[in-house]
Design a protein around this ligand. Structure first.
Ligand SMILES: [Zn+2]
Length: 288
């Protein structure tokens, strides 16, 4: 078992090389030496069943672990019945297409606090997550597709590390998405050392156990933040922004974890994912 690395979406270089369709991404990624890919429905679910199946087949053929990011406009923090119903329907569409793509993970932004109290919004989220688990069972996809609620970077969003761990305790099929850039931004520069990464992993292990720690879904990028939290994602060369990947690579190697790390750098996500993989492999070599 080893850590898998890949990009969120398609690098600028993929298009610069003349490629147009994400169907070609899995092969392109394998040739680069990567082993994961996150396809985003963030701004909308705009993929046909046939293309979804083609991407899924290409991912399987090239040994690329595929995850899908559900739409950003899903909001399980709301108490508005219409928003709740729309949100669960967007998630349903995402899950059905994820299955066509042979993806095993669906990343989810939990929603916003809005005008509710944080406790109320969290209560709404709990109800919707239970509904989502019933949905997986109805679709016969429980255990096959894992919903991965994400730690968020802005104060007005649900998704602190505590909230994500609480949510994932509802059912063992839920896998947290630990977005290190978001945790760093929400804590206004919270991740500065190997110990800071170890603290996060210890919290996950204590709340959810070793199996889910080992199978975590992770997002990584350098991130700019303000008082309100996350502002903008940057690349590996924008070293004025944290967090640093080196200490994370060290912890991953020492703990022999097999998490999946999706790079969310701007434009250079595949290139940066490869940089991460190289750094991680250096630590693995050092330890052996
Ligand atoms: Zn996300």
């Amino acid at each position: 078992m080893t850590v898998k690395f890949g990009p969120s979406g398609n690098s600028k270089s993929f298009y610069d090389e003349g490629f147009k369709s994400s169907v070609d991404m899995p092969k392109w990624l394998k040739q680069k030496g990567l082993d994961a890919y996150e396809y985003s429905f963030g701004r909308g679910i705009n993929i046909g069943v046939e293309t979804a199946q083609k991407i899924g087949r290409a991912a399987a053929e090239n040994g690329i672990a595929l995850s899908i990011h559900s739409p950003y406009y899903i909001n399980f923090g709301s108490k508005d019945p219409e928003i709740k119903e729309k949100s669960i329907n967007y998630l349903k569409q995402t899950i059905i297409l994820a299955d066509k793509m042979q993806a095993d993970r669906v990343v989810l932004h939990p929603g916003s606090v809005g005008k509710n109290s944080r406790d109320e919004a969290f209560g709404n989220l709990v109800m919707s997550i239970k509904q989502a688990i019933d949905l997986l069972k109805e679709l016969n996809l429980y255990g096959k597709i894992h919903i991965c609620p994400e730690t968020m970077g802005k104060k007005n969003q649900l998704g602190t590390l505590d909230e994500i761990l609480d949510i994932c305790q509802i059912d063992e099929t839920l896998i947290p998405t630990i977005d290190f850039g978001h945790i760093h931004a929400l804590g206004r520069g919270a991740i500065n050392s190997k110990e800071d990464y170890e603290y996060i992993f210890n919290r996950v292990e204590n709340a959810l156990g070793r199996f889910r720690l080992d199978n975590l879904h992770c997002h990584f990028s350098r991130v700019e933040f303000t008082e309100a939290g996350e502002k903008k994602h940057w690349t590996f060369t924008d070293t004025q922004y944290g967090p640093e990947f080196e200490p994370l690579a060290q912890v991953l190697a020492e703990r022999e974890m097999s998490v999946r790390i999706i790079c969310e750098s701007r434009e250079n996500m595949a290139e940066d994912a490869l940089k991460m993989k190289k750094i991680y492999n250096e630590y693995i070599t050092k330890l052996n």
